[in-house]
Design a binder for this molecule. Structure first.
Ligand SMILES: NC(=O)c1ccc[n+]([C@@H]2O[C@H](COP(=O)([O-])OP(=O)(O)OC[C@H]3O[C@@H](n4cnc5c(N)ncnc54)[C@H](OP(=O)(O)O)[C@@H]3O)[C@@H](O)[C@H]2O)c1
Length: 339
C-alpha cells in the first residue's frame, strides 16, 4: 500500500474513535514512535504518581522505575500501595520505589503530602488517580467526590509543589479521558456536581474536560518557569476502574481494550522523554498532540476559564488572586480568541 493510502486509512480509522482508542489504534500509532525517545536514564530524578497501585498509574510507575527514576507511589490505601510496591520491585528490579499514603480527594492530606516534597526537587508529577462513582458522595471538604479527586486535589498538589517542580524544571502530567470530548466546560455545573440528579459519567467527563483546561491555565500561568504541563488521554485500557465502573462497556469491549502499559505509554513519554520537554499546555494521545474541541459547541470561553481558575482557588483554599503571569496569559488568550 502506498504511504498516501496508508495515511488516509489511518486517518479514517482514527476518525472512527473505536479503532483509535482501542489496542489496534495504539499498535498502529506505535509504529510511528521513535525508540530513541525513551532511551533516557532517570537515575537521581524523583517522580510522584498518584493512584499508582492499580491500572494505568501502576503501569506508569513501573515504566518510570525501569528508566531508573525514584518513583513515589502516592496511594490512598497503604496496604494496596505496599502490595503494588512489592510487585513492581520484582518486575522492574528497581530499589528506588517508595509508597506514601495520599488521599487526593482530601485537601488536608494533599497539604500534608505536599509538605514532604516541597523543599526538594520533583522532576515529574503524574496526576493519575481518578474515580467514576455511581452515586453522589460529598467529601469532608464539602466537595463532590469526582470533582475533589479528579480536579481540586490535583490542582492543589501542583500549586503547592511548584517550588519543587521549578527547581527541577519538572513535568506535570494530567491523565484525562477521551470522555472529556463529550462535555463543554461549565464551571457552575461542575461544582454543583449534579445535585440530586447525579450522573457519574457526565460528572466524570466534566472533571476530565476541566483538567485539560486546567493544564492550559497552568501552562499560561507558569510560562517561563521551566515546568512543562501536559494533559493526555490513554484511550481505552483494561483496568479495575473500567471493569467495576463501566461493567457493560467492559463486557462489550474487553477483547479490544489496551493493556494498562499501552494506556500508560504516553504518560511515561511525557514524564521522561526529552522529546516532550517544553511543549507545555498541550493535550496528547499516543505521543502526538490531539485536538481538544473537535465537537461543535465544546470550546470554552476565556471568561469560563477565568471562572474555573477562581473556583479552584476558592475550593482549594488558596489565595484567589491569580498571579500576574496568569492575568497576562488570560489577556493573550482573550485577544487571540477575539473575545
Ligand atoms: N482505563 C481506561 O480506559 C481509562 C480511560 C480514560 C481515562 N482513564 C483515567 O486513567 C486514570 C487511571 O485509571 P485506571 O483505569 O487505571 O483505574 P484504576 O485501576 O481503578 O486506578 C485508579 C487509581 O486511582 C486511585 N484513587 C482513586 N481515588 C483516589 C484518591 N482519592 N486518592 C488517591 N488515589 C485514588 C485508585 O486507588 P484504589 O486502588 O485505592 O481505589 C487506583 O490506584 C484515571 O484518572 C482514569 O480516569 C482511564
Amino acid at each position: 500500500m502506498s504511504a498516501l493510502l496508508s495515511g488516509l486509512l489511518d486517518a479514517a480509522l482514527d476518525a472512527s474513535i473505536v479503532f483509535s482508542f482501542d489496542r489496534n489504534g495504539f499498535r498502529r500509532h506505535a509504529r510511528g514512535f521513535e525508540p530513541k525517545d525513551l532511551e533516557v536514564d532517570l537515575a537521581g530524578r524523583t517522580v510522584l504518581v498518584t493512584g499508582a497501585n492499580s491500572g494505568i498509574g501502576r503501569a506508569a510507575a513501573g515504566g518510570l522505575a525501569r528508566l531508573g527514576a525514584r518513583v513515589v507511589l502516592l496511594c490512598r490505601d497503604e496496604a494496596r500501595g505496599r502490595e503494588a510496591l512489592g510487585e513492581l520491585e520484582r518486575e522492574t528490579r528497581s530499589r528506588t520505589l517508595e509508597v506514601v499514603r495520599l488521599d487526593v480527594s482530601d485537601l488536608a492530606d494533599v497539604r500534608r503530602v505536599a509538605g514532604l516534597f516541597r523543599d526538594g526537587r520533583v522532576d515529574a508529577l503524574v496526576h493519575n488517580a481518578g474515580v467514576l462513582p455511581d452515586r453522589r458522595v460529598t467529601t469532608r471538604d464539602g466537595l463532590e467526590l469526582t470533582l475533589a479527586t479528579n480536579l481540586v486535589g490535583p490542582f492543589l498538589l501542583t500549586s503547592l509543589l511548584m517550588p519543587a517542580l521549578e527547581r527541577a524544571r519538572g513535568r506535570v502530567v494530567h491523565v484525562s479521558s477521551g470522555g472529556m470530548y463529550t462535555q463543554r466546560l461549565d464551571v457552575v455545573e461542575l461544582f454543583r456536581g449534579g445535585g440530586e440528579s447525579f450522573d457519574g459519567v457526565v460528572q466524570y467527563a466534566r472533571t476530565k474536560r476541566a483538567l485539560v483546561v486546567l493544564n492550559e491555565l497552568f501552562a499560561g500561568r507558569f510560562a517561563g518557569s521551566g515546568v512543562t504541563f501536559s494533559a493526555m488521554h490513554p484511550g481505552w485500557a483494561d483496568t479495575p476502574a473500567v471493569r467495576t465502573s463501566l461493567p457493560r462497556f467492559h463486557a462489550v469491549t474487553k477483547a479490544i481494550l489496551r493493556s494498562p502499559e499501552e494506556g500508560a505509554d504516553t504518560v511515561v513519554w511525557l514524564a521522561a522523554s526529552p522529546a516532550a520537554e517544553g511543549r507545555s499546555g498541550l493535550f496528547w494521545f499516543d505521543r502526538a498532540p490531539a485536538a481538544t474541541t473537535p465537537l461543535p459547541g465544546t470550546r470554552e470561553t476565556a471568561e469560563e476559564m477565568d471562572r474555573l481558575e477562581a473556583a479552584l482557588a476558592a475550593a482549594a483554599g488558596l489565595d484567589g488572586a491569580p498571579t500576574s503571569p496568569a492575568g497576562e496569559a488570560r489577556g493573550r488568550r482573550r485577544r487571540s480568541r477575539g473575545s
